[in-house]
Design a protein around this ligand. Structure first.
Ligand code: 26Q
Length: 800
């Protein structure tokens, strides 16, 4: 399957590479090596093969003075690296064979790698997929982020409730990272601004060092590799012995304390912006270190900063790095003597901004007081940007602008400082224009564009689903991995019963293996013949896990009432974390676990219904669940999910979607065909109209006996006998504060689930629909998305 395996790498050769690293890098004798030792040796042997293409790519970019893309993100949700890199370099099978000669198992070893979880969810995972696609496409690019000591917390359940534990992915050596102690920049905070003789200088009174760690990112077929550079904070001055000797013990360690905290931990919230000082400092830390590095690299081989935009494209992953605008202006004016207006134009020509949310509570706003105290010079520059924009657009309405009501609005700042602003799905982009920035859109027609999200097919199909991948390659030949549109060549074969059977057999084998894993992870036995119904994503009210679990209760009720009815056996699978401070989301987790306990123990139900919620959902768990899913739950309140990317992963792997017209669901349905998608629920406009109706939930509840029964059971404590009033809050919210329209969409959702059952009873018909999903999802490759960014935002081309 790998036409590009470097001819020089034989199994024998690779085996001796592994053994050499085991002895001379890890320092272990094969007779005493643990799985960890084998993983390190294997990683180093693989890494050696990545270095050459990595150096070559870097050298060529220099030699040809090619434009570079800089992808700035507070999150990179990478997951495991080893197997993905092995597959991309074409050595997955060679490595497995070499290890097998040594009495070792590739899968067992790869399974010991901890996830690099430097992100919360969709936005961070998107950054990781985009890094892989930029390498695959030969687009010279650097990812820039923070090397958090602790990534996203580990989730456990105690009596059904989420408990958060510190995650420490760095407690083990990270074989793919290179420390770059020579690459370090000073990052200042606080202090004051002095203007003397027309020159402005910011004199920070605190500072830390940003020190670089690099990871190579190898693209498919090993033809190109880029760099992910993560910054770690170090004290800028060593422990202040003089102060200590004077008895000033705390001050002596201040610089160390600040440094320790800045890159210590990822903020575990993916929606509510809280305006915390440490978060602002993290954002500036990433942005300032990155911009200093970008200018240093540019000035190494150029002298005219006015030409910066011809060599540098900077993409801001949401507003989190939006200080890039003011920071670049500061460096250009205060450090390089360029006039403000010209600096602003240079910066704008370099910068692009991707918006990932419309939720008002997620939009970043910082008080001018905090901004002015942590970053006094930037506060001045921000006001000047706002002034300059207003002067250029005197008709700008008074309520529009960056600084309003003593707050800096980061969305407006990012918009005004970017030459392109993009949404992440067609629907979302329309809403960005109509609801979020209508006035700015009118002042800057054409600036807002759409780039529908995509996912990396190497990780999400080739690696996660080897059975389906093998079937695809047998059917249409090799090479679909980087030409995902070629999946459409499967379509004629779907008319073959033999192909449909093989497709269904691959899915079933995935379910058998995942059923085994579920038993180990949760202790619950599930039947691989049941429909695997999967909702995996962060827990949030707008994503409506509540709607799913209420329907599950209704289904349970129906099964108990009509035990001899013709029920389709289902396994409801949930996965996801709640932000630690998000009480309502944590209550939903508790509810799902309580419902699971009752239903799974009900002898009247047996295999007809099981509810599974394995703790600590992460990238690796997604790779395990996605290939085994029959049904993909994409049921957000319309208008709230910007795009979704899990929806793409599941459909690509042959799961049918039950979903609302939200985010990229709309485009997925257009591609796979409405007959292969279970649509239900209100549209974004209908949702707004519905909320305007007094007592909308009450009306919906009174017209659904099923929903009344479910709410009644919750109110009586059927799932919480030890605390019967536990879910009174939930019931009360559905009746009286149903902003996300769970009640109003409930009946339509149940009907759609009935359609799912009907379709699933026809096994061959289902296999046809599932295969058509796979065949028609090629558009959602992140390669297509990155080509769009290259052409329409970065104005750059491939070096391959
Ligand atoms: C902001 C300020 C302070 C602390 C944290 C944050 C913060 C962190 C993460 C705010 C938002 C996020 C993450 C947002 C996110 O993941 N959005 C998702 O992005 C995906 C990729 O575009 C979309 O597919 C999802 O629809 C969207 O919810």
């Amino acid at each position: 399957m790998n036409a590009f395996v470097p001819a020089s790498v034989t199994t024998d050769g690779f085996r001796s590479d592994i053994l050499r690293h085991l002895s001379y890098t890890v320092g272990k004798d094969a007779a005493h090596a643990s799985l960890y030792d084998w993983r390190m040796a294997l990683s180093y042997a693989l890494r050696d093969r990545i270095i050459t293409p990595w150096f070559q790519a870097t050298r060529r970019t220099w030699a040809e003075d090619h434009k570079r893309v800089y992808y700035l993100s507070m999150e990179f949700l990478i997951g495991r690296i080893l197997e993905d890199a092995a597959i991309n370099i074409g050595l997955r099978e060679v490595a497995a064979a070499a290890l097998s000669d040594l009495g070792q198992d590739f899968d067992l070893i790869a399974d010991t790698e901890p996830d690099a979880a430097l992100g919360n969810g969709g936005l961070g995972r998107l950054a990781a997929c985009y890094m892989e696609s930029m390498a695959t496409l030969g687009c010279p690019a650097y990812g820039y982020g923070i090397r958090y000591e602790h990534g996203l917390f580990r989730q456990e359940f105690e009596h059904g409730q989420q408990v958060e534990l510190a995650e420490d992915w760095l407690s083990q050596k990270h074989p793919f990272e290179f420390e770059r102690p020579e690459c370090a920049y000073t990052i200042g905070f606080n202090g004051n601004v002095e203007t003397t003789g027309g020159r402005t200088v910011w004199r920070p009174d605190e500072s830390v060092l940003a020190s670089a760690y690099d990871m190579p990112v190898i693209g498919w077929s090993g033809r190109w590799a880029n760099t992910l550079r993560l910054w770690s904070a170090l004290p800028s001055s060593r422990f202040d012995l003089a102060r200590f000797n004077r008895g000033d013990y705390t001050a002596a360690a201040e610089s160390e304390t600040l440094a320790r905290t800045i890159s210590r931990v990822l903020y575990p919230d993916d929606t509510t912006h809280q305006g915390k000082e440490l978060r602002l400092k993290q954002e500036f830390f990433l942005t300032s270190a990155t911009l200093q590095d970008i200018l240093r690299r540019y000035l190494d081989s150029h002298s005219d900063l006015r030409a910066l935009p011809s060599k540098v494209a900077i993409q801001m992953n949401d507003t989190h790095p939006a200080l890039a605008g003011p920071e670049l202006i500061r460096l250009l004016t205060d450090h390089h003597g360029i006039e403000f207006a010209e600096a602003m134009e240079i910066a704008r020509a370099c910068l692009g901004y991707t918006n990932h949310t419309l939720l008002p509570e997620a939009l970043e706003r910082w008080s001018t007081w905090l901004m002015g105290s942590v970053l006094p010079r930037h506060m001045q520059i921000i006001e000047r940007i706002d002034d300059h924009h207003l002067k250029a657009h005197p008709k700008r309405p008074h309520y529009v602008g960056i600084v309003k009501h003593h707050e800096v609005r980061m969305g407006e700042l990012a918009f005004i400082m970017s030459h392109r602003v993009n949404g992440v799905s067609a629907l979302h982009t329309d809403l960005v224009k109509q609801r979020l920035f209508p006035e700015l859109d009118a002042l800057h027609p054409g600036r807002i564009i759409n780039q529908t999200n995509g996912i990396a097919p190497r990780r999400w199909l080739r690696m996660a689903n080897p059975r389906l991948s093998a079937l695809i390659s047998e059917t249409i030949g090799a090479g679909w991995e980087d030409h995902l549109d070629r999946l459409s060549e499967l379509e004629p074969h779907i008319e073959d019963k033999g192909f449909r059977d093989a497709f269904a057999a691959a899915k079933r084998a995935n379910k058998v293996s995942t059923a085994r894993w579920i038993k180990e992870a949760t202790g619950v036995a599930v039947s691989p013949d049941a429909l695997f119904d999967v909702q995996i994503k962060r827990i949030h009210e707008y994503k409506r896990q509540l709607l799913n679990i209420l329907q599950t209760i209704a289904e349970w009720h129906t099964i108990r009432e009509t035990p001899s009815g013709n029920h389709v056996p289902r396994v409801k699978i949930f996965g996801g974390k709640a932000a630690p401070g998000y009480a309502v989301a944590k209550e939903i987790i508790h509810l799902i676990n309580d419902v699971a306990r009752v239903i799974n123990a009900d002898p009247k139900v047996g295999d007809l219904l099981k509810v599974i919620f394995p703790p600590n959902y992460n990238v690796s768990m997604a790779e395990r669940l996605v290939p085994a899913a029959d049904l993909s739950e994409q049921i957000s309140t319309a208008g709230k999910e910007a795009s979704g990317t899990g929806n793409m992963k599941l459909s690509l792997n042959g799961a049918l979607t039950i979903g609302t017209l939200d985010g990229a669901n709309v485009e997925i349905r257009d591609h796979v065909g409405p007959e292969n998608f279970f649509l239900f629920g209100m549209t974004a406009d209908e949702a707004i109209a519905r909320r305007a109706i007094d007592d909308h939930a009450r009306e919906a509840i009174l017209s659904s006996q099923a929903l009344q029964d479910v709410l009644q059971m919750l109110a009586e404590g059927r799932f919480s006998p030890d605390q019967p009033d536990r879910y009174h809050g939930v019931v009360n919210r559905v009746w009286h504060h149903d902003y996300f329209l769970v009640a109003s969409d409930f009946a339509a959702y149940c009907d759609a689930q009935g359609e799912v059952d009907k379709a699933y009873r026809d096994g061959d018909g289902w296999a046809r629909k599932a295969a058509l999903n796979t065949a028609r999802m090629g558009y959602f490759s992140s390669d297509r998305a990155i080509r769009g960014y290259m052409k329409e935002i970065w104005n750059t081309d491939s070096m391959l």
